[in-house]
Design a protein around this ligand. Structure first.
Ligand code: GUN
Length: 299
């Protein structure tokens, strides 16, 4: 059997088009333009690439983008003062502080200083609690993107066995909450799980978010299962040691032979993350203005 490839790049383009259409309507009918503020502290090259890409896509869907680039040695007080300003700025509907922050800054303190209604990353402790109790919240972008792809592929996820490999606050834990919210039977596994292969083989939906290149082989996949690969790992190219290659957390070739559907790396989950950031900004803007939320773009 050869798996259906779930095309995250095409799906993300569809989500962005839906967001753009809704933004155009908001502007025309309500005179409102959603705004996203992205805060980058320091000069981490990967973060700079992400932030540039976020800003570009924000503008492309018709939203306002506010970029705040701060020196690496910015004090916590100065960063908190900027966030307080953004919290109080009615033109800003979403705030994202790019992680990781330089070591002298307390990430938890900084994230929890963002107004939860503007926390488009869904990392604020209030949003974590709201999601965990099934209440309306801002949902972390990567797991939201995975959920959208799963719903699109399966329709209902009710009663399916889902195994999430990885227990991070950004992906693993919120992913498990979302799948539970869609009535899956959910197992959270991780690098210390006993007989991880046997646990994975029980999954109708297998979400890999461990951050270890090609860790999950095809014989851990139940025939016909849906495999969502959240990993983005840069490894040495197997045929050319001078080059690098992006791979996921699953061994794509062997898993694709067994799975019913699979997300590739690159071009799977990755593009969905920024698309969902834009969707979350639109959702936050609609909520702030007491307007109906965009359909199909929330959990
Ligand atoms: N750094 C890497 N991924 C993310 C993300 O999703 N949000 C934020 N704020 N920082 C990140």
């Amino acid at each position: 059997m050869s798996a259906t490839i779930i095309d995250g790049k095409a799906f993300a383009a569809k989500v962005r088009a839906q967001v753009a259409e809704h933004v155009a309507r908001l502007k025309e009918e309500n005179g409102i333009t959603p705004g996203l503020a992205v805060v980058l502290v320091g000069e981490d090259p990967a973060s700079q690439v992400y932030v540039r890409s976020k800003g570009k896509q924000t503008v492309e869907v018709g939203m306002n983008s506010y970029e705040h680039k701060l020196e690496a040695d910015t004090s916590e007080a100065d960063l908190l003062a900027l966030i307080a300003r953004l919290n109080n700025d009615p033109a800003v509907h979403g705030i994202l502080v790019q992680l990781p922050l330089p070591g002298h800054l307390n990430s938890d303190l900084v994230i929890n200083s963002i107004d939860p209604a503007k926390d488009v990353d869904g990392f604020h402790i209030s949003n974590v609690g709201l999601l965990g109790t099934g209440q309306k919240s801002m949902v972390p972008c990567t797991p939201l993107g995975c959920l959208m792809m799963l719903r699109d592929h399966h329709g209902s996820l009710s009663g399916m066995n889902a195994v999430v490999v990885g227990r991070s606050n950004i992906v693993g834990k919120p992913m498990a909450q979302l799948l539970l919210g869609d009535s899956c039977t959910v197992t959270i596994a991780h690098s210390r799980t006993k007989d991880l292969g046997a646990v994975c083989r029980g999954a109708d939906i297998l979400v890999a978010a461990v951050g270890r290149p090609e860790m999950i082989p095809g014989d851990w996949v139940k025939p016909g299962a849906t495999v969502i690969d959240v990993g983005i790992n840069r490894i040495q190219h197997p045929e050319n040691p001078e080059k690098t290659k992006l791979v996921g957390d699953v061994d794509y070739a062997s898993c694709a032979e067994v799975a019913g559907a699979i997300t590739p790396v690159p071009g799977g989950v990755g593009p969905m993350t920024i698309a969902c950031l834009l969707a979350n900004t639109l959702t936050a803007c609609c909520r702030a203005n007491g307007l109906a939320e965009p359909e199909g773009l929330t959990a």
